[in-house]
Design a protein around this ligand. Sequence first.
Ligand SMILES: *[C@@H]1O[C@H](CO)[C@@H](O)[C@H](O)[C@H]1NC(C)=O
Ligand SMILES: *[C@@H]1O[C@H](CO)[C@@H](O)[C@H](O)[C@H]1NC(C)=O
Ligand SMILES: *[C@@H]1O[C@H](CO)[C@@H](O)[C@H](O)[C@H]1NC(C)=O
Ligand SMILES: *[C@@H]1O[C@H](CO)[C@@H](O)[C@H](O)[C@H]1NC(C)=O
Ligand SMILES: [Fe+2]
Length: 465
Amino acid sequence: MGTARRRLGLLFLAALMAAAPGTHAGITSAYRRKLEATADMPFDADVFRLPTGYNAPQQVHITLGDQAGTAMTVSWVTASEPGSSTVRYGRGSPDPRKMKLSARGTRTRYSYVNYTSGFIHHCTLTGLKHGAKYYYAMGFGHTVRSFSFTVPPKPGPDVPFKFGLIGDLGQTFDSNSTLSHYESNGGAAVLFVGDLSYADTYPLHDNRRWDSWARFVERSVAYQPWLWTTGNHELDYAPELGETTPFKPFTHRYPTPHRAAGSTEPFWYSVKIASAHVIVLASYSAYGKYTPQWTWLQDELKKVDREVTPWLVVLMHSPWYNSNGYHYMEGETMRVQFESWLVDAKVDVVLAGHVHSYERSKRFSNVEYDIVNGKATPVKNLHAPVYINIGDGGNIEGIANNFTKPQPAYSAFREASFGHATLEIMNRTHAYYAWHRNHDGAMAAAADSVWLTNRYWMPTHDDSI
Ligand SMILES: *[C@@H]1O[C@H](CO)[C@@H](O)[C@H](O)[C@H]1NC(C)=O
Ligand SMILES: *[C@@H]1O[C@H](CO)[C@@H](O)[C@H](O)[C@H]1NC(C)=O
Ligand SMILES: *[C@@H]1O[C@H](CO)[C@@H](O)[C@H](O)[C@H]1NC(C)=O
Ligand SMILES: *[C@@H]1O[C@H](CO)[C@@H](O)[C@H](O)[C@H]1NC(C)=O
Ligand SMILES: [Fe+2]
């Protein structure tokens, strides 16, 4: 073919593709970042710097302290001696002496092989006013540090809210880039889908990497709540090292408001934020029939009131819909157990991590199958959630670039790059979802985005493109 004819042919092909509505073939983005894993930032990196002053509180982080957002749990570590577990807080002034309220927390520490943690403090601030800005301070008696946060708005059907969605972050130079990009995109709380520090990739699970990770993310999580999900890198189950209590470092360091949600374990729970009801599930805790998590989820789904919180979002670590060779089908047993419940409940979005790439599904379900009928193919289902795989935070293990071919019908967009996403709820019917790859500048347009419509208020609207 001559150049002109070839160009014509290409134009024709492009026109054909553009003019083929009903087909909606999924997109496997050709964009690739470099494939090799980047190194963890060294211990002397700026992001791991210790705060100055004797026994200064470090690794400060906050998470919601109850279900409806009038409590916040503050956690931090002191290294030299126990110090005070008191937090002073108040509205109006960043000066600790002018903070009118105070709460006394608790203190713990743990050992892991030959590592002994610092003194870990947890203190829940209660009686907060929805939507108000608070200053808080701790370290009294030694070095005082102060921070601030804004309490999420009161739950209600049309209350707007912007979430950050981050998973599998780790502490590499890419992790730092992901966090910086998220900061410039400006969410008000993070839904974190598991795998925090990757300390367990070091000999003896070097728990100093739990400390460094918490110092690294303090710049965000001391100022806005992050909601934690447990991933496989939180297990720290190492019988060969004599460590047989699963989740030991995680449970000592990262409390969740599980009791307020009627849960008996910190690994599965729920919160209400603005117009969203967020349910956190645990991929690495039992979920078979009659187990505590199974019983809890069954009760929990009955409690969701879509008139108050129309947006129903579910978090887990191991994805149910993943068309990457990495961790392929690891989420299958949990999908078989729970998928029909989530479809019946008209869940809007399911967020997962674990696979270190990005993928978004159309609205599909695979709930017809039983052991004899052979109906094991996912089918389009407008009552089903959109599945988003956001395990691309940038950790030491590198990118997962082995997508299955051809792209399955349920997969709308997939790309092997690091990044984060945001979910911006506008009102009861509309939310804007956007995924940002790190390689694009902070101000660049989203690499993948979609307007999601609410499954309770607009159940027959097809937003799954
Ligand atoms: C723990 O043991 C390892 C390996 O023997 C050693 O490199 C490390 O310094 C020890 N850590 C502490 C805190 O003693
Ligand atoms: C991490 O990112 C922050 C903010 O962009 C920057 O100030 C800092 O120098 C970075 N640190 C490393 C080790 O890359
Ligand atoms: C890629 O994934 C396929 C399964 O889809 C698997 O058979 C293959 O071994 C994987 N390749 C690599 C290099 O991991
Ligand atoms: C909800 O938000 C969307 C997107 O901003 C807008 O188009 C729609 O009109 C809003 N609906 C109501 C009832 O305000
Ligand atoms: Fe994982």
